[in-house]
Ligand binder design. Sequence first.
Ligand code: FES
Ligand SMILES: [Fe+2]
Length: 372
Amino acid sequence: MFINFWYAVASSQSVTDQPLKVRMLGQDFVLFRDGSGAVACLADTCIHRGASLGNGKVKEGCLQCPYHGWRFDRDGRCTRIPSLGAGARVPARARVDSYPVVERYGLIFAFLGDLPEEERPPILEIPEWGREGWRTMAYTYDWQVHFQRSVENSLDAPHVDFVHDFGGMNNTTFKLEPERSVVEERGAWGAVHLIDTKTQHFEHGHCGASHTWTWLLFGKGDDSPRFLFYTFITPVDETRVRRFLIHARNVQLEPRVDDQLRPANDTAEREDRVVIESLRPAESPTGTHHEFMVADDAIMVRYRERLREWEQRGWRIDSDEVQRQRKRVAFAIPGPARRQGGSWVLDPIPLLAPDERSSAVWPDSSSSSPSS
Ligand code: FES
Ligand SMILES: [Fe+2]
């Protein structure tokens, strides 16, 4: 699991002025809306004596700890320590990590890491969202898998013939379009697979560690039928993911068609989930050892190279170490405020140390979007 990416946390409407506890990357977080309606995402561990802030209450726009009533604002700063007496000064060190948040596509996204704004990898774009001539549907699914297995399934075209029955597309052969086997654009990486004719295309790719897109395109013109799937995969921990799926279509726009499509999408998800939960080992092998990759797996190989590059930047959580110390240490994923220095109560989560071979660079952010 990796810090320094945007992760989909919950639907917008599920975050209210009541605290919402969410587990991501093996850590606990709490979300709430402050007095202005802005969303806050804080590390869930109270820095006083370790209570779960998510069990507290929102009071006057701040989150009040259920144990001794300390209050924390949207930036994680403690604003009130009742036992010190009215008007007492609150020490600057009394703060919890807070994380940047945006609301987009009906979801809350939190940036779980400490990178400054200009260095943050992007959220996968959905250009069709809210656009005339398109209809979108949202789903949430839970799988008992390591996140990388879930992402790699989105990057895997040939399985579609064998795991699913998509009407006219079944029993066709997916062939990689050689000149577009791996495209890299603005932090996103994709591949194009031809289905059985020159006019039917299957495109897929990933943006960052766990946002993926899968497109079914019937014809080349803008008016041709398109079924687009965007999935924001959030690791809950090393063995579970929550998948926030947005399905966009430019045909059959009547709302009643949603009721027909929903069971079909549920079925496809279930078919994938059953296979992916059965894979061995539970976590993808590192690199391409211990698997027999073929040409169609090029995008998968590239994805694993990317993960390795992010690991080399020191973004990969050392889950074994977290597990080893779990009974004695409550860690926090460092938020951007830690870059300004100061002393923090909770230790930062252990990360795998980069080795000396690191040469990773983020791609040029001025190039075009994955949809072009
Ligand atoms: S543990 Fe939160 S106020 Fe004491
Ligand atoms: Fe599938």
